[in-house]
Design a protein around this ligand. Sequence first.
Ligand code: 26W
Length: 814
Amino acid sequence: MHNENSDNTGKLRQIIEGKLNSFYGRTLDNASEEEIFQAVALSLRDRILERAAKAGEEIARRGMKTLYYMSAEFLLGRALVGNMISLGVLDQYRAVLDEIGYPLDRLEEQENEAGLGNGGLGRLAACFLDSLSTLNMPVIGSGIRYEYGIFRQRIVDGKQVEVPDDWTAKGDVWSVERREEQVEVRFEGTVEEVWAEQGLTVHHTNYQSVLAVPYDMPVIGYDSRTPATLRLWRAECPSFDLESFNKGDYSCLVQQRELAETISKVLYPEDNHIAGRMLRLKQYYFLASATMQHMVREHKKRYGDVRTLPDKVVVQINDTHPAFAIPELMRILMDEEKLGWDEAYGIVSRIFNYTNHTVMQEALEVWPEQMFKALLPRVYAIVAAISDRFSERLRKAFPGDWDKISAMSIIAHDEIRMANLCLAVCNRVNGVSQLHGEILQTRTFRDFYVISPEKFVAITNGITQRRWLAAANPALCGLIHDYIGGGFLKDSRELERLKPLADNPAFIADFARVKAQNKRCLAEHVKKTQGVALNPDTVFDVQAKRLHEYKRQLLKVLHILYLYNRLTEDASFSLPQPVTFLFAAKASPAYHRAKSIIHLINAVAALVESNPRTREAIRVQFLENYNVTLAERLIPAADISEQLSTAGREASGTGNMKFMLNGAVTLGTMDGANVEIFERVGPNNIFIFGARAEEIARMERDKSYDPKKIIDANPDVKAAVSRLVDGSLPGVDAGQFEDIYRSLLTSNYDPADRYFVLYDFDSYREVFDTVMKAYADRTAWTRKAVLNTAGAGFFSSDRTVAEYNRLIWHLESL
Ligand code: 26W
């Protein structure tokens, strides 16, 4: 055994050295740490690509159906350790890297994470690829290879500053460029329809061409024979056309080149809000067209006939952003493959499925009709035709009900509504938690549910336990492994076997020790990166997610101000133990109120710090630059998981699942997947507060909520809110937080306190009190933590993906 291991490490060392030699002309002695990282990564990529080659051949040979998972975002994070775990070579690599003097924990810092997403939707796509590969299902993820991912966040004087994220600055070791598979994407120009004997011919002239060049990143799941392909498209200018060059049109050419290359330049950092920007429209059509051209080309190469497409492919579109794929496939089938409308539509309507991720009105994607028409004349004509036919259907379904017909139309009021297009055409439409699915059917898309109830499904989100337990929390993973074996990595339901261990004192002690260790690690990391010392012996109470009003970071801030007031005014008031409130969140750069809330968090942190009595009891720390890599350190160190969204607004949440899996106890509203977490852990192991979704909906309907009444009736709320504007926050200009204050109390075009922060305040305060008392009984608390980990099996993305497969995709496993 010992010999075999040292043989293996010897071989592995040779392989890494070989990569150093052939790629960089270096040896282990003179290579830089960066080169070592690249060599190690390349050695892993080789293994993955070998499996991919075999799997690809087998999939083609058996004629297996393939899923195209289309998404404008894939929030992958770092790949190094995850790939080692998936390939089952982590220990081997660890040993070799120790031996050559580049311990893995240090080497992994060489990798810039691929942050090609904003938050939940993008990270979900990444978890799905891991799970699909783990289940050996054929999948191509299709996205955009943004040159700049989500911005890096610095905090300067308490305020967010955005820094460009040049994630490929050191190259991109994992990807394979496939230039020979490039396709051309056409924008603008004029379209002419010519009817001749052979049928319709469409002439598109004077268009602008952009090249879409694919970069394939293999993503391998745990112990998988079938790596997923993540195909990311990069926009390039077509090669110089000599004629215009000679005509002296040089500057025009340079302009066009720039235009082309801006398409994949940067990820839009808005989350749950969409402004009708032309460049964004270009990005989304670019993705759609490249993917559909590639899909049809592959299919024809393999099977010859586009009519069999629905037997061989299925497309899932991750929210509406890739929905241009629908008219684009129509275009290809009609204009290029010469099918008639009905036949083309029959194919398209069997292929596409749409996942909705938000009920926030401002996130529903609509495009100005004129912009759309000018940019995509042919695709516009197809959408208009789909829209006309759908309207006819609506007139039959709802005769005379013009309001309803207009609300459901695809094109109306000079706008193109992408969700309505998806609802009209797709085979299945799904919500991402049970509650969210219900809200889609009964409210958001109620009228669509009336005409096509069979389309609607709800599939609760999930997360991959490989990344969010094995990679992020090796200590806890090891502990679980020692007690119940490693089966849970492939079959998450095995985590249930931890349940009886909640009453095993040895296990409880081990579990608590791991948590304490993770808290120390986080504290060390924060010390290193931000230069501040956290006390790991305090409770770590964490709210980490995008900054958005509906997620109600503000509720927590007001509660901290309340605690500050009580601690400074009432000598008899105390907390059972000191608490560190950790916030981590990026705000969209144009979302001023969200940025202001970040500033407020930092101002409140300074206020708490300025007083000796409050400083002892509580501490507020904002952690810079929340991304996948930070999440992997932060989540394993959390005691309390704050999930405070206004009930009915958070479609699912997936952070809630990551915290739960890592033994944090949820303090949250009955929203999104929190409802299902509650059902799985039971009322003793979760802390629920606040108005339920129906109550909120009722108040919204009858406009009965008036936050002023709450302020007047509750002096604690009043005192906390007053702090926003009474000049008592240190280092803050007068009027700085006026806007936040007004958002709570004044209605202008928005209702006052539209997210019911003050309404839920008292309920939050009460439950926080209960949480603090519960935490004081350390054994009882750890028991709750264990039961959370034990109950998290359901929330594996393996289960989610299996459900999509059963209800929508119908793929076979290799
Ligand atoms: C185009 C602007 C834009 C960008 C992103 C609009 C909307 C989005 C996403 C739909 C926002 C998002 O990430 N939604 C989150 O999706 C997660 C995965 O399903 C859910 O768990 C979260 O509740 C939901 O907010």
